[in-house]
Ligand binder design. Structure first.
Ligand code: GLN
Length: 454
């Protein structure tokens, strides 16, 4: 903890931390020392973490990197952070992210983008998004691990861009209570770590049933670290042909083959599989996620939380809502609220929202069928490219940015666990990740296969 705090004082060229909590860190570290001295050493005892700004932390600014939550200090602690602190973890501070977790480059943050510690010719690269600050902080050695959240890829894509491990658990495995909501049926928190073993240990501490979240599953937690046997003999790994996108860089294809080879060498059987509705995943996601976001973000009205716009004489409550939301929300968030409101409107509900829900059911059925045929895990690339330059997409069509999620959103739509593992470097020397997708509740099996790929 002291080493991390000293490093923090030296400045933060990665713009990873948006709020530092050295006093809390020191208190927690002392308490961890006392527990160790008393012979009580829980798994995360004294481990310095960064916490994504999406988690509510009691008394500490929790803004989801949005101006609309300026000054918001929650009265309560999210279940995830409470669980981690209970297991002895230390909070160094809050981490940068895309505003309300909407984005793939951390460039929608009100604090400006996080910077990837990896560089090409001194050009600054994105750390990915939305958990870009988490990825930058872990990859840059500013903390030992970080929390992330993943609605459509926000743990796995930044993990892949920075060469670290990122796990999105099965929907319901980790409580969403006290995590600022983006799209409630897709959001899931998970660990971002340097190794698969760290991910197993941290998931153990984060996860578990929580009566405060009605979608939290009341099923037992296996011992995730004990599941790292490296023995995957007799397992079946599926390679989905629909993920072989046209125009995919040859080096990603090569890496995918290499990953399949490593799993085969460890004794797994590799089979070709088909997930026929994959091509509809991105459009369905970009209807469902904004729909839920428009509803979740309705609560930021200038009354209950954070920012309220200055009002002119004669302004009424409508003007207060309008001005507050126009000032407080950034462009991408406003775009999502508008899309969401549109697809949920009476005239278009059936054409967009209902159709997207049907596609979602078909995507889930694709996975169910493959698992019913005996496939244990599915291997795909994590992202369609390595990290791109900061500002590079600024003038592109927003849909260009959405394409980053092409390999990850299916997993959220189906509620499955997925993990990104560093798999090698591209020709420019930038990290690339592979993704493993598992059966519902089989994070243990997923971690075991990921361990083989390390
Ligand atoms: N990039 C996706 C989006 O902008 C996913 C974000 C996330 O997983 N939170 O919605």
């Amino acid at each position: 903890t002291m080493a991390c705090l000293t490093a923090m004082d030296a400045g933060d060229p990665l713009n990873a931390f948006v709020h530092k909590t050295p006093d809390i860190a020191l208190d927690q570290a002392r308490a961890a020392d006392a527990r160790l001295a008393a012979g009580d050493a829980p798994a995360m005892c004294g481990i310095p973490l960064g916490i994504k700004d999406l988690f509510c932390t009691r008394g500490v600014p929790s803004q989801a990197a949005s101006n609309i939550l300026k000054g918001f200090r929650p009265e309560y602690e999210s279940t995830v952070t409470a669980n981690l602190f209970g297991a002895g973890a230390v909070m160094l501070g809050k981490l940068n992210m895309d505003e309300f977790a909407m984005g793939s480059s951390n460039e929608t943050s009100c604090y400006g983008p996080a910077v990837n510690p990896w560089k090409v010719d001194d050009r600054q690269l994105t750390a990915g998004g939305s958990s870009g600050g988490s990825a930058a902080a872990v990859a840059g050695g500013l903390c030992l691990a970080a929390t992330g959240t993943d609605t459509g890829g926000s743990i796995r894509q930044p993990a892949a861009f920075t060469g670290i491990v990122g796990l999105k658990p099965t929907y319901g495995r980790v409580s969403r209570w006290g995590t600022i909501a983006f799209a409630s049926s897709l959001d899931q928190a998970g660990p971002m770590t340097r190794t698969v073993r760290d991910a197993a240990i941290m998931l153990q501490a984060m996860a578990g049933h929580d009566p405060k979240d009605s979608t939290s599953a009341d099923i037992p937690l296996p011992d995730f670290e004990a599941a790292l046997t490296g023995d995957i003999r007799g397992k079946t790994v599926g390679i989905p042909r629909e993920y072989r996108m046209e125009g995919m860089p040859a080096e990603i294809e090569a890496l995918w083959q290499k990953g399949a080879g490593m799993l085969r060498d460890a004794g797994a059987r590799i089979v070709d599989i088909s997930l026929p509705h994959t091509k509809y995943a991105l459009p369905a996601y970009y209807v469902i996620a904004p729909a839920e976001a428009s509803s979740n973000l309705a609560r930021y009205d200038g009354v209950r939380y954070g920012h309220r716009a200055a009002l002119a004489a004669g302004d009424g409550i409508t003007e207060m809502y309008e001005k507050t939301r126009a000032e407080g929300f950034g462009k991408e968030v406003q775009r999502r609220v508008m899309i969401g409101t549109y697809v949920l409107s009476a005239g278009f509900y059936d054409a967009y929202y209902n159709r997207a829900r049907k596609i979602r059911a078909l995507i889930k059925r694709d996975f169910d069928q493959v698992f019913a045929q005996g496939v244990d895990v599915i291997l795909t690339p994590a992202t369609p490219s390595a990290a791109f330059g900061l500002g590079e997409m600024a003038h592109a069509d927003p849909v260009q940015m959405y394409l980053n999620d092409v390999f990850t959103v299916t997993v959220n739509l189906a509620g499955l666990p997925g993990i990104a593992v560093p798999a090698g470097l591209d020709a420019k020397g930038l990290p690339l990740g592979l993704q493993l997708i598992g059966r519902p509740w089989d994070e243990a099996g997923l971690l075991d296969h990921a361990h083989v790929l390390e």
